[in-house]
Design a protein around this ligand. Structure first.
Ligand code: AMP
Ligand code: MG
Length: 349
């Protein structure tokens, strides 16, 4: 199949392209679209066959449920059997935005979309092209990240093309995303609500709105016996092809250890990459050193994380050493993705 690419200017949206994309979705096709977190692979969320196509295009295990994207709060009632008061408060506070909530699903949501679960994940993305597309498609668009399963999530339309060109009908190209890591997922079917995946909406922000919020403890730990509650979190997601190690501890020691590890691997003839920050990039003299952002504002790290992992892939990197980050704020999401990319391979110094 030929994949059509349409450039979208977010300040002056080309409605012809959006209408064409909406028609494709209504007919059961696949359209990749921009959101504020990462690019999503859109399909009609109420169409079982479209869900099957989504899994096939991504090469994704079909027990890994899709997030349903909506464009207006009123549409939540038709797919969620019950909307708790706290969920309404969170929706009013954070939607449109990088927050996904889990509800008991209604009968109109097919099992294909939810990976056979009785619950459905819902969010309203904060991107005008995404919202226009959802409306044009009839209101309910499933949108997993638009990457091949197991590869880093796409933060540009070019990343989507690398993975899905020829496998989907259309890509809406709205330039690079703003946030760069996937939405926060909160299970609203339990009390207190529980964070299943950290994102840009932090525990502190959620608690300020609705009081106590729990955290699925599998988020930052390695091989706990309990499977994570978000099925997708059990896969070695977000992964570069290289073997990756995160080095954690006081920054002086971290950089010293990474310097010696990189020197060793280079001496053995391996292509070696280093994930550094503005504060530390000058301290390395071996390996392919990439500055991922500044420690002063870890949202810059989130924004560049997946692009940097993809660049290392493109360079044929065999070993990647990354500095660890503070886990406050969006740093929690950054460390969650980094640890998964590294298969929880951490060196403490
Ligand atoms: P992605 O769309 O690639 O960001 O992945 C969606 C994530 O949402 C995966 O980790 C899924 O396991 C998770 N998810 C989707 N629906 C549910 C659900 N009903 N219950 C728990 N987790 C879910
Ligand atoms: Mg994904």
């Amino acid at each position: 199949m030929k994949t059509r690419v349409e450039k979208i200017d977010r300040t002056n949206i080309n409605m012809d392209a959006i209408r064409a994309a909406g028609e494709i979705l209504k007919r059961g096709g696949l359209v990749a679209f921009p959101t504020e977190t990462v690019y999503g692979l859109g399909a009609n969320a109420l169409d079982e066959e479209a869900a099957r196509k989504t899994y096939a295009a991504k090469g994704r295990p079909s027990d890994n449920p899709l997030i349903v994207h909506i464009a207006q709060l009123e549409d939540l009632r038709a797919i969620a059997r019950q909307v708790p008061d706290k969920a309404l408060i969170l929706a009013r506070t954070f939607w449109p935005g990088p927050l996904t909530m889990i509800f008991d699903k209604s009968g109109i949501v097919p099992d294909g979309t939810t990976g056979g679960l009785d619950t459905v994940a819902v969010r309203m993305p904060d991107n005008p092209a995404a919202l226009a597309l959802i409306r044009a498609a009839g209101g309910y668009v499933s949108g997993p990240s638009a990457n091949t399963s197991g590869r880093p999530s796409p933060t540009t339309a070019q990343h989507v093309r690398e993975d899905l060109d020829g496998k989907i009908d259309m890509i809406l190209d709205c330039g690079p995303v703003e946030i760069g890591v996937e939405s926060t997922i909160v299970d609203m079917t339990v009390e207190p609500p529980m964070i299943l995946r950290p994102g840009a909406v932090t525990k502190e922000m959620l608690e300020e709105a609705v009081g106590e919020v729990a955290v699925d403890h599998t988020i930052l730990t390695a091989d706990s016996k309990t499977p994570p509650k978000a099925p997708g979190m059990k896969y070695r997601h977000y992964a570069p092809r290289a073997e990756m190690v995160v080095v954690e501890g006081p920054l002086e020691r971290v950089t010293a250890r990474i310097r010696s590890l990189a020197a060793e691997q280079e001496a053995r003839g391996h292509r070696t990459g280093i994930i550094a920050t503005e504060e530390t990039v000058g301290r390395y003299d071996h390996g392919n050193v990439k500055c991922i952002g500044t420690r002063e504002d870890e949202s810059t790290v989130a924004a560049n994380l997946y692009a940097v992992l993809r660049e290392f892939d493109a360079d044929g990197t065999e070993y990647i050493y990354s500095e660890a980050f503070d886990e406050g704020g969006i740093g929690h999401a950054v460390m969650n993705r980094l640890l998964k990319a590294a298969g929880h391979h951490v060196i403490q110094v």
